[in-house]
Design a protein around this ligand. Structure first.
Ligand SMILES: Cc1cc2nc3c(=O)[nH]c(=O)nc-3n(C[C@H](O)[C@H](O)[C@H](O)COP(=O)(O)OP(=O)(O)OC[C@H]3O[C@@H](n4cnc5c(N)ncnc54)[C@H](O)[C@@H]3O)c2cc1C
Length: 441
């Protein structure tokens, strides 16, 4: 038997703008007393929610306990920029890389189909739309080194796209900041907290969701025992969906890289400000370099989202004073792009934690006969976390699904050097990325 004390727990600082613009919700009760279930799933982000639903569908007579440290929609799954992306970031051009891209797209699109099915079935109001997205560059270097190869790769994949020049882009987005963009139509945009809430509110009846129940101890053997401050769940099988916290559970140690990512939502633009901006409604922009530059959205309720500042943050904690500094930076970035709207303030600024691996591989699969996992979504969890959760459940139930092989073909997170060498290496690599892409800010 292995007993693990989970010594580091997630916290919710209450700053998530996406949930603050939604009505208040009452969380499900915390775990209390001793319970028995057929399955226990830990973590109610995209991965855990998809795993719990799929287990319930695969095994309608089983009971599934889904245990969440905080409240649904307050984790990374509810704090992200709200892009459900159907294409890989980097495609590559060899036959092997193109084959990998096809598998990747099949996984991402299965997750998008899954979300669309649930959104329609339960009428989940999460602003889910399909405006596509603009992959942008703001320098000649970004156009040559990123956009042009990206366009060639999309051609090789036979994926639809349009090349948008600066003046057309300015008309569409209301800013002259970008040199060019590649527009792809498959991306969906959403309010991520609303989607996570909706998925949690419509779980099958054989899933019991416990919120505000941080797991503090995990015992693994032929049976699993999960303990929180006030309760215990015993179950024969476990699925772990705790993303960057997995190594505190004793898994993927020295393989995961928790990074902080920060976003701000402006207040709603007035009708007069929208007229000044004179752009299309509801668009999304992702940058040539995700570390250096910014992701932006113009939401359906007329707010501008700015996502910038990704940095290594192994403790997954941020101070209020640094968040205030980030809010000021986001306002500066907003002003550079929209100088015609000086009065528009950032209403909300928040930090979330993404989990990366050095080789970009997910933490997916079987860790023991009765332990499966979907963690480490490499910052594209709306699709990858969802697909990983569904497929971890299928794998645990012994269901034959060709997408399991696709997921496995993405590899496993590789081993990292010990700290402090790791910290030095990651920070040096990040500085190099920022310097390389300095014209893309
Ligand atoms: C600012 C920002 C922008 C992003 N933009 C995008 C985007 O546009 N598109 C995209 O696809 N991805 C984006 N991402 C990444 C995406 O949000 C994540 O990849 C995704 O949410 C991961 O989902 P998950 O279910 O694996 O993990 P999480 O959402 O992190 O869920 C893990 C859950 O485990 C719980 N947990 C951890 N420890 C315990 C414990 N001890 N006991 C009980 N529960 C525990 C946590 O509370 C949490 O709820 C962004 C992330 C951030 C922060």
């Amino acid at each position: 038997m292995t007993a693990q004390r989970v010594a580091h727990l997630p916290i919710n600082d209450g700053s998530n703008g996406w949930s603050r613009i939604l009505p208040q919700r009452t969380p499900q009760p915390a775990l209390c007393g001793e319970q028995h279930a057929d399955w226990v799933v830990i973590g109610a982000g995209y991965a855990g929610l998809a795993a719990a639903r799929r287990l319930a569908e695969n095994r309608p007579d089983d009971t599934i306990a889904l245990i969440e440290a905080g409240e649904v929609g307050e984790n990374a799954s509810g704090r992200n920029s709200g892009f459900a992306i159907d294409l890989p970031h980097v495609v590559g051009s060899s036959m092997e890389e193109l084959g990998g891209s096809h598998r990747y797209m099949a996984l991402a699109r299965s997750a998008i189909d899954y979300h669309e099915t649930q959104i329609e079935r339960y009428a989940i109001d999460c602003d889910w739309t399909q405006p596509g997205k603009y992959q942008t560059a703001c320098s000649e270097q970004g156009v040559g080194e990123f956009l042009e190869p990206f366009a060639r790769e999309l051609e090789a994949l036979n994926e639809p796209f349009s090349w948008i020049e600066k003046s057309d882009l300015e008309r569409r987005l209301g800013t002259s900041h970008f040199k060019a963009a590649v527009y792809t139509p498959g991306c969906r945009l959403l309010n991520p907290a609303a989607l996570v809430r909706g998925l949690a509110a419509n779980l099958p009846p054989n899933v019991l969701l416990f919120e505000n129940s941080p797991v503090t101890h995990l015992e693994t053997a032929a049976k699993i025992k999960v303990s929180t401050a006030a309760g215990i769940v015993n179950a024969p099988q476990l699925i772990l969906g705790v993303n960057g916290f997995a190594d505190y559970f004793g898994f993927y140690q020295r393989r995961l890289l928790p990074f902080a990512a920060n976003a701000s939502l402006s207040r709603r633009l007035t009708a007069a400000e929208r007229e000044t901006l004179a752009c299309e409604d509801n668009w999304g922009v992702t940058p040539a370099n995700a570390f250096a530059s910014i992701t932006m959205r113009f939401t359906n309720d007329h707010r501008i989202l700015i996502r910038n500042n990704i940095y290594y943050n192994p403790r997954m904690r941020e101070t209020a004073s640094y968040q205030a500094e980030i809010a000021r930076r986001h306002k500066r970035l907003f002003d550079q792009r929209f100088p015609m709207l000086p009065e528009v303030e950032m209403e909300f600024t928040w930090t979330g934690y993404v989990c990366l691996s050095q080789n970009g591989a997910p933490g997916f699969g079987r860790l023991a006969d009765n332990i499966h996992t979907s963690v480490c979504q490499n910052a594209i969890g709306v699709t990858k976390g969802t697909a990983g959760g569904m497929l971890a459940a299928d794998m645990a139930c012994g269901i034959d699904n060709e997408l399991i092989g696709y997921m496995q073909s993405l590899g496993q997170p590789n081993k990292l050097p010990a700290r402090p060498w790791l910290d030095i290496g990651v920070k040096a690599r990040l500085l190099w990325e920022l310097w390389q892409a300095r014209r893309e800010v």
